[in-house]
Design a protein around this ligand. Structure first.
Ligand code: S3P
Length: 256
């Protein structure tokens, strides 16, 4: 089986591809690295020297070459969907084309923390970069057989999701992929909340302030009920508050 990863720059195609190939015992091809080997130049150098048009032609040729392998994991460059030619090659590849999708804030966050130079990023005003991301979303969706949400997930989680569903991926799996991402985000927020709770506990301890602040709790419940009216039921908010404040209080009490 051929597995081809597409998606915007910074979404993790190369890292996930490498990991997937290792776990599945398949060879791994990074299309950008293949282009660098073929041209003997780094992507930014080659890109600025020959321009996007010639870059895309080489990209299409090398994609065709990479797809000659039967058992392979291929990670592509984010702009592989920019040409009709590459989109057609991908659609006719007989492989599983997986779209690694991430929100604009996830990808920019990752790109800001990476050392790899992206020619289409450097010097671009943020609104233009956002428009590029947005415009490509539809093309990735139309080209892929399966969409995996990468936000708030690590490489292993993303690879595992792919492996779990690669034989019969459905829209249902993508929705669950989204739910997993929300769960991770919620728990990451909860962990961050608890570190602030620890700081509050310390201040309460030093100033002999009671752990339980009943009026503040009632206020918070009221505010949340109002803010989420029509989206979350009062019961759910109540349960959430009981759970989260309960956890915080026992954490604070442990420290006092
Ligand atoms: C490009 C993305 C890059 C690389 C080239 C063009 C793009 O790959 O192919 O700079 O048009 O989005 P990554 O997605 O690996 O950054």
């Amino acid at each position: 089986m051929k597995i081809i990863l597409i998606g915007f720059m910074g979404v993790g195609k190369s890292t996930v591809g490498n990991n997937l190939a290792e776990v599945l015992h398949k060879p791994f091809i990074d299309l950008d690295s293949m282009i660098e080997e073929h041209t003997g130049q780094s992507i930014p150098n080659f890109f600025s020297k020959v321009g996007e048009g010639s870059f895309r032609t080489i990209e299409a040729n090398l994609l065709t070459k990479a797809l000659q392998m039967e058992e392979v994991v291929i990670s592509t460059g984010g702009g592989v969907v920019e040409t009709r030619q590459c989109v057609d090659i991908l659609r006719k590849s007989g492989g599983l084309v997986i779209w690694l999708n991430g929100t604009f804030s996830t990808v920019t966050d990752r790109l800001l923390n990476t050392v790899v130079d992206r020619p289409l990023l450097s010097g671009k005003p943020l609104p233009d970069f956002f428009n590029l991301w947005k415009r490509r979303q539809n093309i990735y969706a139309d080209t892929a057989n399966f969409e995996v949400i990468t936000d708030h997930k690590n490489i292993t989680e993303i690879s595992n999701e792919i492996i779990q569903h690669m034989d019969h991926p459905t829209k249902f799996d993508t929705l669950r992929s989204q739910i997993d991402s929300f769960d991770n985000a919620t728990l990451q927020q909860l962990a961050a909340r608890m570190t602030v709770v620890d700081q509050v506990a310390l201040i309460k301890k030093n100033h002999k302030i009671p752990v339980l602040q009943t009026a503040r709790m009632a206020n918070m419940r009221q505010r949340l009920n109002k803010a989420f009216v029509g989206k979350l039921s009062n019961e759910l908010i109540e349960e959430y508050m009981t759970f989260v404040t309960g956890a915080a209080i026992s954490r604070e009490e442990q420290q006092i």
